[in-house]
Design a protein around this ligand. Structure first.
Ligand SMILES: Nc1nc2c(ncn2[C@@H]2O[C@H](COP(=O)(O)OP(=O)(O)OP(=O)(O)O)[C@@H](O)[C@H]2O)c(=O)[nH]1
Ligand SMILES: [Mg+2]
Length: 369
């Protein structure tokens, strides 16, 4: 029998094992093949529930390695809210010499006041350290459909009779982007591919035909273990992932003051001159200010209550927080907690200690401002 694929996630359909990728109850296989969704996609779509299914990272890497062997145009989608966390180290190892366009998605989350040229220059500065060689950088919001026309024109310019692969880390919005392209350029008005807030939604290649025997191809995300989302309970993902423009919150701090980002991270301003901490987190996240000397007590007393998420159980799972120490450089900088948000600091010689779970990426980068 010819292999059937789920249109939502690209997995090969099977009727044998309900705990594995691509499962579909046998009676559903009789429906119109174009419409077939695996049980997992069906549940994400209709119940916003993600059944636990084992994902295999090796499979994803193999799919990407195959791209290096073909002549194609590659679109690497990154999440503007977590740029460094969503870049692919050694990307040209995966894609070979193929032409590359970098797409900064979720533009709607960053403050409108920052202009796009500034964001592009900032991206150029950061990606040069990662060995990226790009033909172009396009900023879009797949969710709102902004920038889709410009992206499509750029794709047409570089495609030259080839397939287009859309790659990137999990949750950057690859599937949402392809849905946006479908909705913009075909009569279809609903989302065809499954997209969700859960990292690891797309499981196989999904080929969407272009008008000349070539395809635009959605791929499974590369798992990014340094993202906060990876360690949180499903219910709390929504809380930390912004779904609209972030409203930066400014705290004028004296040295020896501390900010708690719910109970998810703690930022100690250890020394330096009085300055503003410009906090960029999801609007749902609460920030608490306290004296550094009271911070340990406050955390011990209020974790899981005033300071939540995480719950106490989640905190256990996350492992003890570790400390990351930074001294700000001359140029304005951002301290980033991957997937949770960032704090922008304009002054130099500020000593800042961040407490966050061991596996979550915490780093300093040139500022977005
Ligand atoms: N605010 C905002 N959210 C977006 C945008 N694009 C995608 N998202 C959200 O990001 C989450 C992930 O989107 P997906 O399209 O499933 O991401 P993906 O890259 O295909 O993820 P995997 O299949 O897991 O690799 C969903 O909750 C989307 O609604 C955007 O432009 N703005
Ligand atoms: Mg996807």
């Amino acid at each position: 029998m010819e292999e059937l694929k789920c249109i939502g996630c690209g997995s090969i359909l099977q009727t044998e094992n309900s705990n594995q990728v691509g499962y579909i109850p046998p009676h559903k296989l009789t429906e119109d093949a174009d419409e077939i969704l695996c049980q997992r996609c069906f549940r994400i779509k209709h119940y916003r529930d993600l059944p636990d299914i084992e994902l295999n990272h090796e499979d994803f890497v193999k799919i990407l390695n195959d791209i290096a062997k073909t002549d194609a145009l590659v679109i690497n989608v990154v999440d503007l809210f977590d740029l460094t966390g969503s870049l692919i180290h050694g990307i040209h190892r995966y894609i070979g010499n193929n032409d590359l366009i970098l797409v900064g998605n979720k533009r709607d989350i960053l403050p409108k006041a920052i202009n796009n040229d500034k964001i592009k220059n900032w991206i150029r500065k950061i990606i040069s350290d990662y060995g990226y060689q790009v033909k172009d950088i396009i900023l879009i919001s797949s969710k709102r459909g902004d920038g889709i026309d410009e992206l499509f024109t750029t794709i047409e310019k570089y495609r030259k009779d080839r397939n287009v692969y859309v790659i990137g880390c999990t949750n950057v919005g690859k599937s949402t982007l392809i849905n946006a392209i479908i909705k913009r350029f075909t009569p279809i008005t609903k989302d065809v591919i499954t997209a969700s807030i859960y990292p690891g939604t797309t499981l196989g290649l999904i080929e969407i035909p272009l008008d000349d025997n070539h395809f635009i191809i959605d791929t499974p995300g590369i798992i990014n273990h340094h993202q906060y989302a990876f360690y949180l309970d499903k219910n709390h993902l929504k809380h930390i992932l912004p779904d609209r423009e972030i409203n930066p919150k400014v705290y004028q701090l004296n040295p020896r003051q501390t900010l708690f980002i719910d109970g998810l991270a703690r930022i100690d301003f250890v020394s330096g001159k009085r300055t503003s901490f410009v906090c960029h987190f999801s609007n749902a996240v609460k920030i608490h200010r306290t004296k550094l000397e009271n911070a340990d007590n406050l955390f011990a007393k209020h974790l899981g209550e005033l300071l939540s998420p995480p719950t106490k159980e989640e905190y256990e799972k996350l492992g003890k927080y570790v400390k990351y120490e930074f001294k700000t450089p001359k140029e304005r900088s951002d301290i980033v907690i991957s997937g949770l948000g960032f704090i922008s600091l304009k002054d130099e010689n500020l000593k800042v200690v961040v407490h966050a779970p061991k596996h979550v990426g915490v780093y300093i980068r040139p500022s977005l401002y």
